[in-house]
Design a protein around this ligand. Structure first.
Ligand code: FES
Length: 167
């Protein structure tokens, strides 16, 4: 069946979009452009990673207090944020590993630089949406194509917070 927009007729471009079809496609493209980045951001898996932005801190020391981030008080808990570091805004995953250990990881895949998905609490892994690399909750590579671990930041676990130094 011939598309009515592509029928040959005098004064009409063969293969061109009709006005109605052009406007419909344009409206859909505009809606996608407006909605998709926010949806990805909310899912924590877009180019910006987590939606909480942490402003630049004096001496690059960022304190994630348990009062503000109660999920970090228990082993297995994690948050995914954007840190406005001196070097620029970076996606960071803060992970409470166990009673005595925590990690602050740059959530950028070491294969080709995509932002990894937030920690999956059921598997305790980070997965890269671009080519499928999988990292453990401490940032080490479980499967490639990445072969380098996620970059870790100096981290200190106190009674009330996880403190990370993010330059
Ligand atoms: S960028 Fe992450 S697997 Fe390729």
């Amino acid at each position: 069946m011939a598309n009515s927009d592509s029928r040959a007729s005098p004064g009409r471009c063969q293969g061109c979009l009709g006005r109605r079809r052009f406007l419909g496609l344009s409206a859909r493209a505009a809606a996608t452009a407006l909605i998709a980045p926010r949806a990805l951001e909310l899912a924590g898996c877009g180019p910006l990673g987590g939606s909480t932005v942490i402003p630049n801190a004096p001496s690059n020391s960022y304190s994630f207090d348990f009062a503000s981030y109660p999920e970090l008080e228990s082993p297995g808990g994690s948050i995914f944020v954007q840190v406005e570091a001196t070097s620029g805004t970076v996606p960071v995953a803060i992970v409470r590993l166990d009673a005595a250990n925590a990690e602050a990881l740059q959530a950028i895949c070491t294969h080709a630089g995509c932002t990894v998905n937030p920690l999956d609490p059921s598997t305790h892994t980070f997965t890269c949406p671009c080519h499928g690399s999988v990292y453990s909750e401490d940032g080490s590579v479980l499967s490639g194509p990445a072969y380098m671990p996620l970059q870790g930041y100096r981290t200190q676990l106190t009674q009330t917070a996880i403190v990370a130094t993010i330059p």
